[in-house]
Design a protein around this ligand. Structure first.
Ligand SMILES: Cc1cc2nc3c(=O)[nH]c(=O)nc-3n(C[C@H](O)[C@H](O)[C@H](O)COP(=O)(O)O)c2cc1C
Length: 449
């Protein structure tokens, strides 16, 4: 069900929303004041009650992740905020940094206090120039106002926030590649264990969270964990609160919207997004960034088993299922970053797939052979499909290549590249086959995605 709220986006649209003055007028830093008066465990318990699932893609419960942090006798703990936001179709975190950077700083104060850290690093994608400027400005203001430094809010809990600029590699959004990059090393994922909570940044206990995850914590402390969780229709599945939903592609009103979890793809596309572009019909939707398998509007939910998470929507269109971490997983796709990419019937699935595969081949860091070789191989075959020179055997071969990349790499990039491929093969087999049989002619239009 569509329930729009203004928690994360409270200040959006207010003139100079990025300044400390406006942040304070909107109640900024009141939750941090609370956090500094509480023991760390109380903050963690509240975030657990909130059922805040990570907003960076994997949906891991934030409170649980924080509870993995154990005080070390000699080493400091660190909070690292993942602001790399490189997933195609995903552009929600930048709005927080550009329009309400003080919310992110306040979230850093809360999270750092909970995990026992005195320093937070925000790793920002190089291209997000305005986000960096606004963050630098907000950190300066917060330091000058005594919100950061030796004695924030008179708490005695020293705290500082630093911005680190990446160089624009998608792999540096993967949390362990990000840590390597932050240390000045090559941005390649690390083998786990050890996990970051054991040995992360500079070998110290570290929590890595997405921008939106951290920026949600002031609202949790403001409303209370339980009340935050209950904003969501899926709180019984441990998926609480409200979140940002992005929308791009062939819709009338692409953008970033805040809503309670429970929103469906139909709500997102037709209500918030104003529907498809004039004269077009929905061909497919990728629910949460390019790594998620595509869904088609004709698909219905097949969940006769009452134990299935999807049972309440059995027989209904996939567009009417609330977008949640578990509901989308059961549908065979992912909520990911909840930034949907919409394809109309004027788009060519082969060209859309080519676009996606070009990205993954280009961004593979090359450390693992299946990913380095597999992404290039898949791209070459898709290029041939588009050019009309591929064979049906090569189309079939794509299943094998994608399946062999999955699960055989150090990090989840391999899955990120293979899942959209397998999704397109399953959902657009007829269209891709037609491309092969007709020498590159598309069954739909050629409006690229
Ligand atoms: C290839 C790749 C790229 C990623 N890019 C991002 C990113 O840009 N931002 C992000 O928050 N998480 C990204 N992630 C997920 C992170 O590894 C990590 O799970 C996340 O930052 C944890 O934060 P959360 O629990 O708050 O979601 C990426 C993962 C992979 C495998």
């Amino acid at each position: 069900m569509l329930k729009q709220v203004r928690n994360l986006t409270r200040s959006y649209g207010v003139p100079e929303s990025w300044t400390l003055r406006v942040s304070r007028e909107q109640g900024g830093y009141e939750s941090a004041r609370k956090a500094y008066a509480w023991p760390a465990q109380q903050i963690i318990d509240e975030v657990k009650k909130a059922n805040l699932r990570g907003r960076g893609g994997a949906g891991f419960p934030a409170g649980v992740k924080w509870s993995f942090m154990r005080p070390h006798p000699t080493l400091p703990a660190y909070l690292v905020v993942n602001a790399d936001e490189g997933e195609p179709g995903t552009f929600k975190d930048r709005t927080i940094m550009e329009l309400d950077p003080h919310r992110l700083i306040e979230g850093c104060m809360i999270a750092a206090r909970a995990i026992g850290a005195h320093a937070a690093y925000i790793y920002v994608r190089h291209e997000l120039h305005l986000a960096k400027e606004r963050l630098w400005g907000a950190i300066r203001e917060a330091r000058d106002a005594g919100l950061l430094g030796e004695n924030p809010l008179g708490s005695g809990w020293a705290m500082d926030v630093q911005v680190h600029t990446g160089a624009g590699a998608y792999i540096c959004g993967e949390e362990t590649a990000l840590l390597n990059s932050l240390e000045g090393r090559r941005g390649e994922p690390r083998i786990r264990p050890p996990f970051p909570a054991q040995a992360g940044l500079f070998g110290c206990p570290t929590t890595v969270n997405n921008v939106e995850t951290i920026a949600s914590t002031p609202t949790i402390l403001e409303l209370g964990g339980e009340a935050f969780s209950r904003l969501s229709d899926l709180h019984h599945l441990g998926d609480g609160g409200c979140r940002l939903f992005g929308l791009s592609g062939h819709v009338q009103r692409p953008g970033v919207y805040e809503a309670c979890i429970g929103l469906t793809l139909r709500d997102l596309i037709y209500e918030l997004g104003g529907g498809m572009l004039p004269g077009t019909k929905l061909l497919g939707v990728i629910p949460g960034g390019s790594s998620c398998p595509v869904l088609r509007p004709e698909e219905t939910v097949d969940a006769p088993d009452q134990k299935s998470v999807l049972h309440p929507w059995h027989g209904m269109s996939v567009l009417d299922v609330p977008i949640g971490v578990d509901t989308m997983r059961e549908l065979g796709t992912m909520a990911g970053t909840t930034c949907a990419i919409v394809l109309s019937d004027r788009a060519c699935p082969a060209l859309a797939l080519q676009n996606i595969m070009r990205f993954y081949r280009h961004e593979s860091c090359g450390q693992c052979t299946p990913c380095r070789e597999g992404t290039g191989w898949m791209e070459r075959i898709v290029d041939k499909i588009v050019a009309g020179t591929a064979t049906i055997e090569e189309l079939d071969m794509l299943y094998g290549i994608a399946s062999n990349v999955m699960g055989n790499t150090i990090c989840a990039f391999g899955e990120g590249a293979s899942m959209p491929m397998l999704g397109f093969l399953r959902k657009f087999r007829k269209e891709l086959e037609q491309h092969v049989r007709t020498g590159g002619k598309s069954s739909t239009g050629r409006l690229n995605a």
